[in-house]
Design a protein around this ligand. Structure first.
Ligand code: HEC
Ligand code: HEC
Ligand code: HEC
Ligand code: HEC
Length: 234
């Protein structure tokens, strides 16, 4: 009996200590109080996609023109345009409506619960970023510490990311790089869209972030610790 109680207690502690999409702000399906079948992953992925975009991307909208960060001291700038997977984030966070490619269920009948409208009410003002990203930290560039002229002290990438992929490894977190050569710096370099990273002070209540240092960050940014992981000389 005692053993069972301890086991139950451990299961409880474990399931609560490990955050995932389910119950997080990215459990979009639940936020919409869907009347249909709840499908957490289907809001972003489909097992049978008809647009060939990895990783089985399931959300679509007409292509957008994004304005990206520019600055005379942005040394890794290459005149880039926003690219995947950052464009995937923006499919929802740009305030333009988007639909699913393959809806859950037999025959894939369109269901408005899975679509997101223009400035959809599930987004608070601060998470609707629009298409002008000039006021945001640069993304979609090739991470190459050797061409940084301002001596930020950016670490050399190491094969320590998820699945042995290349990543920037800091004191507080691991920041994966993307693309075929695993050298693209994207939104997901700083944000864990699936919310699997845990650190003290991070809490979710009723599908909304609560507590401190939230926002799906890859590391606790208190004291700007996450910034300093990369900008080690600042
Ligand atoms: C809010 C959108 C969203 C939801 C919901 C979501 N994903 Fe993802 N997923 C992404 C994005 C964006 C990427 C690519 C960028 C990255 O890896 O961070 C990705 C990448 C992946 C990958 C490839 C990289 C990796 O992490 O292994 C897998 C596998 C995956 N998702 C599985 C799932 C499963 C299973 C679920 C449901 C539990 C799910 N995702 C829910 C957005 C989402
Ligand atoms: C260099 C790291 C970094 C990159 C790259 C980054 N973010 Fe963030 N993001 C943060 C931090 C830190 C916060 C916490 C709040 C803050 O400081 O504004 C945040 C906050 C947010 C928020 C919450 C609302 C807000 O504006 O504060 C959203 C939504 C968001 N990021 C989406 C994105 C998207 C989409 C991209 C890619 C276009 C991206 N982020 C790229 C670090 C980053
Ligand atoms: C299927 C649509 C969808 C996609 C795709 C998506 N998001 Fe979100 N995201 C949401 C919704 C809905 C919320 C909750 C909005 C709110 O509360 O205002 C959210 C919230 C957030 C927040 C704030 C979380 C908090 O703590 O309050 C961040 C940061 C964020 N998203 C970043 C990203 C990044 C980075 C990507 C791509 C890797 C991404 N999102 C892809 C729908 C999406
Ligand atoms: C995962 C690594 C990483 C993290 C985390 C990170 N940065 Fe950056 N940041 C970079 C890289 C790489 C550049 C591009 C530098 C260049 O090419 O000059 C950059 C660019 C910048 C720039 C523009 C520099 C310029 O010359 O115009 C500023 C400002 C900046 N980061 C501030 C921050 C702040 C504040 C945070 C924390 C919220 C942060 N960064 C987190 C890697 C990171």
């Amino acid at each position: 009996m005692k053993g069972i109680i301890i086991l139950l207690l451990l299961t409880f502690v474990f399931t609560n200590a490990h955050a995932v999409i389910s119950g997080s702000p990215h459990d979009v399906n639940v936020m919409r109080e869907s009347t249909g079948e709840l499908q957490t992953c289907a809001m972003c992925h489909t097992p049978h996609s008809n647009i060939e975009k990895p990783p089985l991307w399931n959300r679509d909208q007409p292509s957008q023109n994004y304005m990206v960060y520019e600055s005379p001291s942005f040394d890794m700038y290459t005149g880039q345009v926003l690219q995947a997977p950052s464009t995937y984030c923006m499919t929802c966070h740009n305030g333009v409506s988007s639909t699913l490619v393959n809806y859950p269920g037999a025959g894939s009948t369109a269901g408005p619960d899975y679509d997101l409208g223009n400035n959809d009410p599930v987004f608070s003002n601060f998470t609707n970023m629009g298409v002008n990203l000039k006021n945001n930290h640069p993304v979609s560039f090739i991470y190459n510490p050797s061409i940084d002229d301002d001596d930020n002290g950016f670490p050399e990438p190491k094969a320590d990311g998820p699945g042995g992929r290349k990543a920037i490894v800091g004191k507080k977190g691991i920041y994966p790089l993307y693309g075929n050569r695993q050298d693209h710096f994207e939104c997901s370099t700083c944000h864990d869209v699936h919310d699997t990273v845990e650190y003290p002070g991070k809490e979710i209540t009723d599908g909304k972030s609560s507590g401190k240092q939230i926002f799906f960050l890859r590391a606790d940014n208190s004291g700007s610790g996450m910034c300093i992981d990369c900008h080690t000389n600042r």
